[in-house]
Design a protein around this ligand. Structure first.
Ligand code: TXA
Ligand code: MG
Length: 319
């Protein structure tokens, strides 16, 4: 496995070729790092599952280079979904739509729906466009962590998470720290109005204003199978709690305005909710590096991204 920092255009071309040849390429996106494979290559996609240790009936998001590729993967796309795609792509939003012939069971976990996203990170976009030039139709990519673990937000995180499971023909493209820091907003577009399955940087309010509908959010009890939607997820080895005060030797994460309890180990002091999201997974990872057994997090208040942070924290706290 090769870790390539700040890849040049040439290196991105080679990575696209590696994908086309059936190898795995982990790459940066603005949300978290993805572990990519050619979404039409069953054998390559099956390696994603073994590298992640992920059950095979959990669906993968297909990443495409632009909205123009959407109709290759999805059919009967509602008008509001087109509006959302026009507004928020490229960007941190995934749409769940009725699948086309191209989206096989090995991508959708045997469901009749497919998740599609156009990421905005320049390395991801260049990789997708080089892949397309080679005849590629889409890159399947879950977050590049072992199943149930914290999503990686840097190339080094990816190496730490799955480096030992990759082959020497696989690659990791390192494009710096992920700017958003938590996974994309997932919107189910299968009914008359959009339903948010996983909150993220694109907020319920954002979606409502573009789609022109009230937007619902469903919890982890929904019928659609989605691992990010299992109650326990995004977990570091350290125990995460969102209530009570940190004591001597425990990790602590809160907005900068909140004082560190005496003796606690401050993991980050984000000034804003955006910074909180960006530093969340990095902080949980650093807790494990230091060998902390417990991290106390004070979740940010409010709607929008703050809600997405609380959702991740609740899941991290469940295991
Ligand atoms: O930000 C992101 O979405 C990142 C980057 C790499 O794009 N990807 C990501 O993938 O978070 P993953 O597999 O770790 O989480 C995607 C979630 C999973 O919970 C999956 O089950 C759900 O999306 N999903 C994918 N396809 C789906 C489908 N057809 N129906 C319902 N849920 C789906
Ligand atoms: Mg994931």
């Amino acid at each position: 496995m090769e870790l390539i920092s700040n890849p040049t255009s040439d290196e991105i071309k080679k990575a696209a070729k590696a994908l086309k040849d059936g190898h795995l390429v982990a790459f940066p996106t603005e949300t978290v790092y993805g572990l990519g494979a050619d979404a039409t290559n069953e054998k390559a996609v099956s390696r994603i599952y073994s590298v992640k240790g992920r059950p095979t009936d959990h669906p993968l998001i297909v990443h495409i280079s632009s909205i123009n590729q959407l109709e290759k993967w999805a059919i009967e796309i509602p008008e509001y979904a087109i509006k959302l795609a026009q507004e928020f792509w490229p960007g941190p939003m995934t749409l769940i739509l009725k699948r086309s012939e191209l989206a096989k069971d090995f991508i959708t976990g045997n469901q009749v729906n497919v998740g599609v996203r156009v990421p905005v990170h320049p390395v991801a976009l260049e990789l997708l466009s080089e892949f397309k030039k080679l005849g590629g139709l889409g890159i399947a990519a879950p977050s590049a962590n072992r199943f149930g673990a914290v999503s990686p937000t840097s190339g080094f995180d990816v190496q730490e998470e799955i480096g030992n499971y990759l082959d020497n023909t696989d690659q990791i493209l390192d494009g710096g720290k992920s700017l958003v820091g938590i996974e994309s907003t997932i919107i189910n577009c299968l009914s008359d109005t959009p339903v948010v399955l996983r909150p993220g940087f694109v907020t319920l309010e954002d979606i409502a204003s573009i789609a022109g509908f009230d937007v619902k959010m469903v919890g982890s009890t929904n019928a659609i199978k989605a691992p990010g939607m299992l109650p326990a997820h995004y977990s570091p080895r350290a125990k995460v709690v969102t209530q009570g005060l940190a004591i001597q030797g425990e990790g602590f994460l809160a907005l900068a305005s909140i004082k560190t309890p005496e003796g606690a180990i401050r993991l980050a002091s984000p000034l804003t909710v955006d910074q909180f999201a960006k530093q969340l997974y990095e902080s949980l990872r650093s807790a494990d590096h230091i060998g902390l057994t417990k991290v106390v997090v004070v979740p940010p208040d409010g709607n929008g991204l703050a809600m997405a942070i609380r959702e991740r924290l609740n899941k991290a706290a469940k295991s």
